[in-house]
Design a protein around this ligand. Structure first.
Ligand code: NAD
Length: 256
């Protein structure tokens, strides 16, 4: 029970990596707010059923991370239910594949507002709550290897993830006096709904696997394992860092 008596909020947790993190956190003894977006895959009824399945200490928390009133409400619901907030996992994210010359203002604004502005909002509102409690806290961002490595036809996505890297680095210093740590998890290729179209295309699967030295895709549970470490007291002295979990993808040798 590495997260016993801890209280967490995980954004974008109706599927994929976020859902796995909620499952692992609950199994490690944490009380967890499982955020989902109304209009996404879950509705209030299915979200409540999903949370109940994960255990008595998981509650569904509806809200769009790109809207301040929603995020205020999300944090408040967790605090009302569990009395505090110790861990924020800022995981909600979207991507759109489009050639840079075709990217619209709407594409740019949507991606940046969920992936970066949403993380800013959640960090600020969570950190204010943690500051009030006076016992520190942990901010964890699900960034991407694309906070560092380019991805063709994904400029807004890469810009948002690059922004997350500096958001995290700044907060690791600004919030250190409050004993609030900030770290990024940078996944490579993980089998989740965000990669649905690639996973349906055998040629794309083959090409993607060739980019990964370990020659397999990652599982959401593996990312969740790293999140448990960063959320636990074992990581109390860890701040300001990005942890790659990518089967060696960023170390791939260029093929000429
Ligand atoms: P996913 O599509 O299953 O998860 C994304 C989640 O974000 C969904 O549950 C979605 O409902 C939620 N979401 C989207 N907009 C939202 C909003 N406005 N408010 C609240 N929630 C919202 O895919 P995933 O792979 O689990 O993605 C999770 C995170 O991991 C994303 O930030 C993604 O960029 C990052 N990531 C994924 C991979 C990968 O290979 N799967 C690699 C690197 C980074």
């Amino acid at each position: 029970m590495r997260l016993k008596d801890k209280v967490a909020l995980v954004t974008g947790a109706s599927s994929g990596i976020g859902l796995s993190i909620v499952e692992r956190f609950a199994a490690e003894g944490a009380s967890v707010g499982m955020n989902y977006r109304i209009g996404g895959k879950l509705n209030p009824k299915s979200a409540a059923a999903r949370a109940a399945k994960l255990g008595p200490n998981v509650i569904p928390v509806a809200g769009d991370v790109s809207r301040r009133p929603d995020v205020e409400q999300m944090v408040q619901e967790v605090v009302n239910k569990f009395g505090r907030l110790d861990i924020l996992v800022s995981n909600a994210g979207i991507e759109i594949k489009r050639s840079f010359l075709e990217v619209t203002d709407e594409d740019w604004n949507r991606i940046l507002s969920v992936n970066l502005y949403g993380a800013f909002l959640a960090s600020q509102i969570a950190a204010r709550q943690m500051a009030k409690q006076g016992q520190g806290g942990k901010l964890i961002y699900i960034s991407s290897i694309h906070e560092d490595v380019n991805l063709p036809d994904h400029t807004p996505y890469c810009a948002s993830k690059g922004g997350l890297r500096m958001l995290m680095r700044n907060l690791s210093v600004d919030l250190a006096p409050l004993k609030i740590t900030a770290n990024n998890i940078a996944p490579g290729f993980i089998v989740t709904p965000i990669n649905e179209s690639t996973l349906k295309d055998p040629e794309a699967v083959k090409n993607s696997l060739e980019e990964i030295p370990l020659r397999r895709f990652g599982k959401p549970e593996e990312v969740a394992g790293l999140a448990v470490f960063l959320a636990s007291s074992e990581a109390d002295y860890v701040t300001g860092s990005t942890y790659y979990i990518d089967g060696g993808m960023v170390r791939q040798v260029a093929k000429y």
